[in-house]
Write a protein that binds this ligand. Structure first.
Ligand code: NAP
Length: 485
């Protein structure tokens, strides 16, 4: 039972963000937590994305909680099932599971100033109240299917990569894959051998570099178990490598040239056909879209049953896909690997703060939050994986741990007698101006990607190194907030 005076906290989502937040609070003795989860299981993107070959392209020793190293990772780049199992085991170990209300989607949340509580309504009709409201719904939770002309006229089967239809047998089928991002490059090599024909519709060629994967041997796992520091070395190495790469993403072209060179060498080695190689050559600076790690994608594209189509899609027809050159690509199934609605953040949730302020209005010129977590007029609301906290290289779990630590301190201030804290507008505005100024010099400003919203504003990514984020989020400075007792 929570101690008297322990603030009530409502967390939304059980991905790494929601779980990490709950664990941080529980470890600090702040156990008055309810977690609402729209699905019937924990896991966020690792529950949802079940496409063949789904895994993480950040090494597991780094893509895990720092306080919960896992000596038994089977591979350096773990697959979805192992990551999901890790999340479940961690949730159980820290006693998080009993706090979760499954199949409960938040529809709206409003701050009641008189009662100094968030009132949260859900799809089940149940209403929750809490002093602190922490949406941890991620940036990649709502699949995006482009509204291509004629889409609904398609007579075959269609699904999104994040809603994989495992009941549909792709064997012997003519398959269209639309999109060539991180998801497509993972499943294309897995479906290519089974299908009759695969057409990959590529709008932009991704930068692909080899994935330095490794199956951990028994002796390594034993070593990690007996001497956890040995696994820390690998974590630290990839942490440092990503910090180095991020210097490039921030604008150092000497470093992005290295990526360019590595991607060119990979293409030259794995694609012998010069026409195909030309199609697969990116026409934007390295790092502007996410650089992808895959050793099996190009070899799959080079197979005789695969065609890479670069003519823009004009329409979807009952029989397949028509491209702007007039060609009709007849297919049985279309797989949309077209990503997620990344810049809408809390998405369909209606959120109202002080004086009924609508979060959608507050974000009408683009989502923004102080340190990615706090929004003026939305007191005691803290976002996990909010605006400008995504990384071009690095483990998002590292960022989430920093956010959890910061938010836990804010909850401790509430526990110590503050009624609510509301980030000062001038502080939040100054932060946003700084972030946008720095992002405008980054490589991400030089092409379109899911990092940018419709206006072109980069609203997903952190502009600096993760070590800077660590430093800036280490302590809650109450001078940044308007405090109500
Ligand atoms: P994505 O990176 O946003 O890729 C979407 C793809 O669809 C792009 O190639 C895009 O082309 C294309 N596309 C979108 N709309 C289109 C249209 N109307 N016509 C033609 N093509 C269209 O999505 P994702 O591959 O699902 O990955 C999203 C993010 O999830 C990743 O960047 C990553 O952060 C995360 N993820 C991570 C891992 C991992 O291993 N850690 C694995 C999977 C996903 P353009 O590039 O031209 O827009």
């Amino acid at each position: 039972m929570p101690a008297a005076g322990t603030p009530s906290v409502l967390i939304v989502g059980t991905g790494f963000g929601g779980l990490g937040m709950a664990i941080e609070l529980k470890r600090a003795g702040l156990a008055n937590i309810v977690i609402l989860e729209k699905g019937d299981d924990i896991g966020g993107v690792w529950r949802e994305n079940t496409y063949p070959g789904a895994g993480c392209d950040i090494p597991s020793p780094y893509y895990s909680f720092s306080y919960e190293p896992n000596p038994l990772w089977p591979m350096r780049f773990s697959l979805r099932a192992d990551i999901h199992a890790y999340m479940k085991a961690t949730a159980d170990k820290y006693g998080i599971t009993p706090h979760i209300r499954f199949n409960t989607e938040v529809t709206s949340a409003a701050f009641d100033e008189d009662r100094r509580r968030w009132r949260v309504e859900t799809s089940t009709g149940a209403v929750y109240e809490a002093q602190v409201f922490i949406p941890a719904v991620g940036q990649l939770s709502r699949p995006s299917v482009p509204s291509i002309s004629g889409r609904d006229s398609f007579a075959g089967h269609a699904f999104h990569s994040a809603q994989w239809d495992h009941d549909y047998d792709l064997a012997g089928k003519r398959v269209a894959v639309i999109g060539t991002g991180a998801s497509a490059i993972q499943f294309v090599p897995h479906i290519q051998p089974a299908v009759e024909h695969l057409t990959v519709f590529q709008r932009s060629a991704p930068y692909i570099v080899p994935k330095p994967d490794q199956v951990y041997r028994r002796w390594q796992q034993n070593l990690y178990r007996r001497m956890p520091k040995s696994q820390l070395t690998e974590r630290a190495f990839f942490w440092g490598l990503c910090e180095f790469a991020t210097v490039g993403l921030k604008g150092n072209t000497a470093i992005t040239k290295l990526v360019d060179w590595l991607a060119l060498a990979t293409r030259s080695k794995q694609i012998k056909d010069p026409v195909l190689r030309a199609k697969l050559t990116p026409d934007y600076p390295a790092g502007c879209k996410r650089v992808l790690f895959a050793s099996n994608y190009y070899p799959a594209l080079a197979q005789s049953n695969v065609h890479v189509e670069t003519s823009p899609i004009a329409a979807i027809t009952p029989g397949g896909v028509r491209t702007s050159d007039g060609a009709e690509h007849r297919v049985d199934v279309i797989i949309y690997a077209t990503g997620f609605t990344t810049t809408e953040f809390l998405g369909p949730m209606k959120v109202h703060g002080l004086a009924g302020r609508d979060l959608r209005e507050a974000w009408s010129a683009g989502a923004r939050a102080y340190l990615g977590m706090a929004v003026p007029d939305f007191p005691n609301m803290f976002l996990m994986y909010g605006p400008n906290t995504n990384l071009g290289c690095g483990s998002i779990i590292y960022m989430l741990e920093r956010q959890a630590r910061y938010i836990r301190q804010a909850v401790q201030h509430v526990a110590a007698g503050l009624s609510y804290v509301d980030v000062r507008r001038d502080v939040a505005d100054r932060f946003d101006v700084e972030v946008q100024r720095r992002l405008s010099r980054s490589v991400w400003s030089r092409c379109g990607s899911w990092y940018r919203d419709v206006s072109g504003r980069i609203s997903t990514n952190w502009p600096g190194l993760v070590s800077e984020y660590h430093r800036r989020t280490k302590t809650v400075d109450l001078a940044d907030y308007q405090v109500t007792r």
